[in-house]
Design a binder for this molecule. Structure first.
Ligand code: ASP
Length: 298
């Protein structure tokens, strides 16, 4: 029996001048609720989806309810999931009209022979699956990533959510969900639904990854897959994460990653000033942090 562990993030766009008390309180609730699920024997895949659903529904991050519109005024959401035990994966890109993109991504993995469905096809599939819709986007979405208090005009912001889990049977899983970058072009798809860029999990490589940041760079650097290649060849999860974030920085990207290893040891790495994140395991209490210097404080 493995000792279950979970880490999650709420994006790498935090700025010190803004108050994030609501996010910190909520993230702690998610971490504690998911610890209870893991202790009760829930699977890594189920816990990854449930954690991301809680983050999507909170409206506090730029994912799910918190998504903000693209330049055309539409809400196009991306999400993905990967099962480290089987190597299966599912994703949706530029999905409109549905409440929980991560649930749609899981359905793509479980119920189709495909890995990614996009745009109208993704929406038709989600409708066929009877997934919860957003009837009134204007009333539903909070646009957490918009608003002048949060991001100055002209600054592309990010606030993706993600989760990596090791369950009691030693299975790894990772899931990520986003509204993308604020003020993105219509049809723009970032790293989040691209397996190997924003999300990757492999028991064989001993690694599960969820990323957040300037997605174009994370795609170009194949961040999540690279981190798992590094752990597969002997790097620790922290070494692998730091090396990959350095590589993203070297080509001009910014953001962060959360990484779970097969032994339940985790790593956070970022080149931004903050990244909301939480962690818990069967042997260590829940911790939530935003910046680099207060990990022990909360
Ligand atoms: N990586 C996301 C994207 O490019 C943005 C984010 O992490 O907030 O769509």
């Amino acid at each position: 029996m493995a000792k279950p562990a979970l880490i999650l993030h709420g994006g790498a766009g935090a700025r010190r001048e803004r108050n994030y008390d609501a996010e910190v309180v909520h993230m702690r609730e998610v971490v504690e609720a998911m610890k209870a699920r893991l202790d009760a024997g829930a699977s890594a895949l189920d816990v990854a989806v449930e954690a991301v659903v809680m983050l999507e529904d909170s409206g506090l991050y730029v994912a799910g309810r918190g998504a903000s519109p693209n330049l055309a005024g539409d809400y196009e959401l991306d999400a993905s999931i990967m099962d480290g035990a089987t190597g299966k994966a599912g994703a949706v890109a530029a999905l409109q009209g549905f409440r929980n993109p991560v649930v749609a991504a899981r359905a793509v993995m479980d119920r189709t022979p495909h890995v990614m469905l996009a745009g109208n096809g993704a929406a038709r599939f989600a409708a066929e699956q009877g997934l919860a819709r957003v009837e009134e986007p204007a009333a539903w979405f909070t646009g957490a990533g918009k608003g002048e208090d949060n991001h100055p005009p002209g600054v592309l912001s990010h606030g993706t959510v993600g989760c990596c889990v090791l369950d009691s049977q030693g299975r790894l899983a990772a899931a990520t969900s986003t509204g993308g970058m604020t003020a993105k072009r219509w049809g723009r798809v970032g790293d989040v639904p691209v397996i190997g860029a924003g999300t990757y999990a492999s028991n064989a490589d001993g690694c599960a990854v969820s990323a957040t940041g300037s997605g174009e760079y994370f795609i170009r650097a194949t961040v999540a897959r690279d981190i798992c290649s590094r752990t597969a060849t002997g790097a620790s999860v922290q070494q692998a994460a730091d090396a990959e974030i350095a590589e993203v920085g070297s080509i001009g990207g910014d953001g962060g990653v959360i990484v779970m290893g097969k032994d339940g040891v985790h790593a956070f790495s970022m080149n931004t000033s903050g990244m909301y994140r939480g962690a818990v395991s069967s042997t260590s209490p829940a911790r939530v942090a935003i910046y680099g210097d207060e990990e022990a404080a909360r």
